[in-house]
Design a protein around this ligand. Structure first.
Ligand code: NAD
Length: 339
């Protein structure tokens, strides 16, 4: 795409702080003159029988049609007879890889200044296959499903990502010493794919050792690829290394090149809807930057990312989660000024 061709993208503002931070993204895109037209879809108030969730079929069709979108956090309403909204999105759109870049933000001091890694999580199976049952009273069973097809698919994506983004190493994270069949198959698939990318260094790291290495020296890692449960935990651990969930973007990759970017945090009901709007829009803004990069609108992506980083580095306008006292609006205005 040239950066002047308008592109339609789906936007799910989501719940809680979602609409507040989605507003920031719209404001920054407008200030940066980004050629995106948003097609907004709200989470429904009634269960759609076609999706069995509060997410409507029309909203899914919008992502299928546009192939690209941005999603705010969605709180799953408590009730019976419906699927989690995030699970519905993942299943219906076959979002098989969750990509989370994690890097130190200059000027925002954490324990480390040199984090620059990417976690790629298999998003469709493993322990999250939802296959649990009671064998007899007092004994339950949960099935961990690992398939060759899904493992190859996520490994392919990880190596493709590494090559396309000038990364040098892919580490497969596993526990194949104990789970020999399931994690063993995952590793076998990673090895097969690694052979096709001789220019990328491939290594295998056991999950417990990986946790220790990450907290001791995160600079040891570049791209990490792993099954679902490990990815869920490790990606949050990595978010903690650079300052928390308010700063960490992600993008879900689906079959046929669908990309749905989303902040990794939840709807933050404790701070949502406050008159002094307190939410930090950075994670959703950086997710929107990932969406722009996916669309090859790199000039705008670069500009917006630099404006966010500079605003945080200057330290004058920061939201409460980063130790400041600025509102979402003040912080967003400062980013627009920095564009
Ligand atoms: P949460 O991420 O919403 O909040 C955890 C803490 O972090 C809270 O103190 C919150 O105020 C703070 N926080 C989160 N994002 C912030 C931001 N952008 N700026 C400033 N502070 C921020 O997690 P939770 O409380 O466990 O979950 C709340 C709801 O969100 C639940 O209904 C859950 O199901 C949902 N959820 C959705 C997603 C998603 O849509 N991907 C992810 C996680 C949780």
């Amino acid at each position: 795409f040239s950066s002047t061709t308008p592109i339609t993208a789906t936007l799910f503002p989501g719940d809680g702080i979602g609409p507040e931070i989605a507003e920031s993204v719209k404001q920054v895109f407008q200030a940066a003159d980004v050629p995106i037209e948003w097609e907004e879809h709200y989470v429904g108030t009634e269960i759609d029988p076609r999706t069995q969730s509060f997410l409507t079929w029309e909203s899914l069709e919008s992502v299928r049609r546009n192939r690209v979108g941005l999603k705010g956090p969605m709180a799953t309403p408590i009730g019976k007879g419906h699927r989690s909204l995030n699970l519905t999105l993942r299943k219906e759109l076959n979002l098989y890889a969750n990509v989370r870049p994690c890097y130190s933000l200059p000027g925002y001091k954490t324990r480390y200044d040199n984090v620059n890694l990417v976690t790629i999580r298999e998003n469709t199976e493993g322990e999250y296959s939802g296959l649990e049952h009671q064998v007899v009273r007092g004994v339950v069973e949960s099935l961990k499903i690992i398939t060759r097809a899904a493992s190859l698919r996520v490994a392919e994506y990880a190596f493709h990502y590494a090559k396309a983004n000038g990364r040098e190493r892919v580490s497969a994270i596993h526990k194949a010493n104990i789970m020999q069949k399931t994690d063993g198959l995952f590793l076998k698939c990673c090895r097969e794919v690694a052979e096709k990318y001789p220019e990328i260094t491939y290594e295998e790291v056991i999950i417990d050792n990986c946790c220790m290495m990450l907290v001791k020296n995160p600079a040891l890692f570049d791209v990490l690829v792993m099954p679902n449960l490990y990815g869920d935990i490790i990606s949050d651990l990595c978010a903690g290394l650079v300052g928390g969930l308010g700063l960490t973007p992600s993008c879900n990759i689906g079959e046929g090149g669908i990309a749905l970017a989303e902040a990794v945090h939840g709807s933050a009901p404790d701070i949502a809807g406050k008159a002094c709007n307190m939410a930090n829009p950075t994670a959703l803004l950086l997710s929107s930057v990932m969406m722009l990069r996916h669309l090859n609108i790199t000039d705008k992506a670069e500009r917006i990312q630099n404006a966010i980083i500079n605003t945080i580095a200057e330290g004058k306008y920061r939201t409460a989660d980063l130790g400041g006292s600025s509102s979402t609006t003040e912080f967003t205005n400062a980013i627009c000024d920095n564009l």
